[in-house]
Design a protein around this ligand. Sequence first.
Ligand code: GLC
Length: 455
Amino acid sequence: MTSHATAARRAAQVLRENRRTGYSDGAGLAYDYTCPSPETYPFQWAWDSSFHAIALLHVDTERARTELSSLLSAVTGTGFLPHMVLWQDDLRPRATAEFRIDLWEGWRSVTIAPPVVARAVERVYEATLDLAWLKRTLPAVQGFFDWLHRHRRSPRTGLIEIYQPDESGLDMSPKYDEALGLAASSRATVRDDWHAAMRRLIDGYSHDRRPESPLREARAFVWNDVLVNSIYADGLTSLARMQAEVGAPAALSESTAAAARDIWAALIEHCWDPERGAFFDLDLVSGRRSTVLTASSLFPLIGDALPEPIAQRLIHEHLLNEREFWLPNPVPSVAATEPSFDPTFATGAIFRGSSWVNLNWYLYWGLRDRGYFDEARHLALRTSACVAAQGLRECYGPYDGAGHGARSFGWSSLVLDLLHAQGLAPEDLAAEDLAPDLLDESALHDAHRLRPTEV
Ligand code: GLC
């Protein structure tokens, strides 16, 4: 079996085995979702589920719809969509201890995740053309984007704020070290120091914590994250298209599209560093921009609104730079030139140097949409090779491809979408006699041969 066939087979297997169904007494709702990892992450996580839904399109479109419907059934009356939905009544006590989280109404985390959900709903709709499902689903998505606008917008920059590092999903990224007081931590202690700093932060917030608590006023951690805002702006663009699709008034979809443009403009105004040619997060407590070059510095590439000269600088000076991000298994979560770069997972801390399939997936489409077909294909096939060799792990070594972190990890199944985009659908991959050119990484430019997603 070819390595890409192996990657696809393993991905489909994890999507099958990580499915969780049942009824939650705590929530008073039935659930049907894919957990990120049976041992490490048993609950439903918002951005994970959004990625799972996209991967599920290649194996079971009905489950792709259900995955998102289950997630969106957790949206509150105010429009808040939690990062974690702790459906299982019996697993909740362990989780609150292990993940140190405050819950809302007993079963939702009070934190947010990057709003990948809009792009996921759009992808599922494009693949299924199920307009009735879209009409049922869209109000919750729109409710959450409205909630973010109402409760998380910085008055000064207009960008979305997060109040603790894990709200970006990039928990231990070194870009947060200074703000968390970890600048002096050694490689040996950074993971424990991060946990202690998070505990202090969360304990400080804990009094009467609600999703809408005005945490900006605590001035403990107030952050405009480039990755979160890029995903938010990209999501607004998807939302605007879907509003038009369901026949919403033109003024609504136009104002949603305009809100996306405002975010891209604010990112350029506040986070673009013209000297370094990259984007950096804004720490609104210290008033300073982060200086650590990470994969999120490249994330504005995921949208189509970036001025071409800026996109070119991101791609040529950084993404394709072999000293920074274009390593044997791109794209590391931290540039190889950073002192904090940890390519071997020696720190045991996530997002400090390993390559992640979800980040690669976004950057893949950013490259491809700009016509970088060869580079995008290389990124897809290297990602697939890591998954084939190591199974679905949480992240991979950018030099040796070694798998690290959680096992049977859900969003690494995005490899199915990356392979499909190369014209390698699961049923082709199952064939013994794959045409050799499909396996040759230099046989590129087949983006034009893409077939529509099978429904
Ligand atoms: C870790 C990651 C977060 C992810 C979760 C479940 O906490 O930092 O981004 O959503 O695991 O996979």
